[in-house]
Design a protein around this ligand. Structure first.
Ligand code: KE4
Length: 423
């Protein structure tokens, strides 16, 4: 048995499925999950000492690659002063100020410890602010595992072919309305029928949890217009896209001002940190000022905040996103060229530092189209790439991520490996 197999067998004794997050279990692709022992730059090493070029990057946070010196130094410095106080610290002010400076739609922001906490809190806030209950989300989008969001969710649930979760009361699910992504007529019809009951739309402005699917300009405009016209709020869930697709996030690319935004992943630099924020009049409803309650023992944790500040200070540097986007495009342009050259249904696309790769003739524009992609062929590709030292997301329904530490030579090597596998 390999060390990975030994560890996976051990892990399953006291951890359900041997993992602390389902998608890590390789349930969708089969085989034994890799237990990582070290990461450096674009590389990770598993328990058997094998090195991989990493295109998961902890599902997005590691935009600076593994163990970036500036981030590690900031974490070490903060940790030496204590790990947590359960009291306000100046660093939290610095991070809140920075986030509100970088994202004009944020008048105020509240720091939490996970993307799920951020979206759960934003939805409660939208319901508290509007006095309404209905929530609109889209098929294939995943916003974390709060009850009202586990209805035809993407990511792990989609991967397991289980578009909703046990344990979610029907009464809760009934307040969540699920529409096809990019379907403007369906959205218009829903608002025509129930607009006055809708508290908010929550959307992945660039979907990354059903693989990467881009929102159409018409869909983006319709969401903003229909929420404004009907007194509902628009929540941009930028946990994945925030400071990943652009320095100004997806809302900057779309030139849209959402009412609320959720953030995570990159803003924590690999540490447990997320946030929600938006319009001043809405945030004023948050306890201790207003009636919407939310709290957290480790919210704004000083060590996590230090990692976030160090990360954001790096990505603000001139040319950062030009470099990251160029490297990611080198990968996806290469994938597309391979598909063309070999005459196989294999295509890819990127937005900033995130990408999607599909065994399909053309790029998908909805959950239904993603489900047409050849999943079996992806799974075989995934394992061949894994054996060749390339770590892709262990699911056909996930986006991939590039870091600034990926060199053009790493990406060229990945493309050569891809050609050799698919030829
Ligand atoms: P977390 O609770 O996992 O920090 O964030 C939930 C979340 C919210 N919104 C979006 C758009 C997200 O992508 C996520 C989490 N993303 C998945 C990756 N597909 C996390 C990986 C996992 O579940 O292990």
């Amino acid at each position: 048995m390999t060390q990975n197999e030994i560890l996976f067998a051990r892990a399953q004794r006291h951890i359900p499925g041997g993992v602390n997050s389902p998608v890590r279990a390789f349930g969708s692709v089969g085989g034994t999950p890799r237990f990582f022992v070290r990461g450096e730059g674009p590389y990770v090493w598993d328990a058997d000492g094998k090195r991989y070029t990493d295109y998961v990057g902890s599902w997005g946070p590691l935009i600076l690659g593994h163990a970036h010196p500036a981030v590690i130094e900031a974490v070490e410095r903060a940790a030496r002063n204590g790990l947590s106080f359960g009291a306000p610290t100046e660093a939290e002010i610095d991070l809140a100020d920075l986030l509100c400076e970088m994202l004009p739609s944020l008048a105020q922001v509240r720091l939490v410890s996970s993307g799920t906490e951020a979206t759960m809190s934003a939805i409660r806030l939208a319901r508290g602010f509007t006095g309404r209950n209905k929530l609109v989300k889209f098929e294939g989008c995943y916003h974390g595992h709060a009850d009202s969001l586990l209805v035809k969710a993407g990511s792990g649930l989609l991967t397991f072919g289980n578009p909703s979760s046990a344990g979610v009361p029907a009464a809760v699910a009934n307040d969540t309305l699920v529409l096809p992504y990019n379907d403007v007529p369906a959205l218009k019809a829903l608002f025509a029928a129930s607009g006055s009951e809708i508290a908010a739309i929550i959307v992945e402005p660039v979907a990354g949890n059903m693989n990467l699917v881009q929102a159409s300009p018409e869909f983006i405009r319709a969401m903003r217009q229909l929420t404004q016209q009907n007194g509902a709020l628009l929540i941009y869930d930028e946990v994945m896209t925030g400071f990943r697709v652009d320095l100004h996030c997806a809302q900057g690319l779309h030139n849209i001002t959402p009412d609320l935004t959720t953030l995570g992943k990159v803003i924590g630099g690999g540490m447990p940190l997320a946030a929600f924020g938006g319009r001043a009049d809405i945030m004023a409803k948050m306890a201790p000022l207003g009636p919407v309650y939310q709290a957290g023992t480790l919210s704004g944790n000083p060590v996590a905040v230090a990692a976030g500040l160090a990360t954001l200070n790096e990505i603000r540097k001139s040319g950062f996103f030009e470099d990251l986007s160029s490297k990611t495009r080198q990968l996806t342009d290469g994938f597309n060229a391979i598909g063309q050259e070999l005459g196989i249904p294999f295509c890819a696309q990127s937005v900033g530092g995130m990408f999607g790769v599909y065994f399909a003739e053309q790029l998908p524009h909805s959950y239904a189209e993603v489900m047409q992609c050849d999943r079996a062929r992806f799974n075989a590709f995934f394992h061949a790439m894994l054996d060749a030292g390339v770590y892709l997301a262990p699911s056909a329904f996930e986006a991939g991520f590039v870091s600034t530490t990926h060199q053009k030579s790493d990406i060229q090597q990945t493309l050569t490996t891809t050609t050799n596998i698919l030829r």
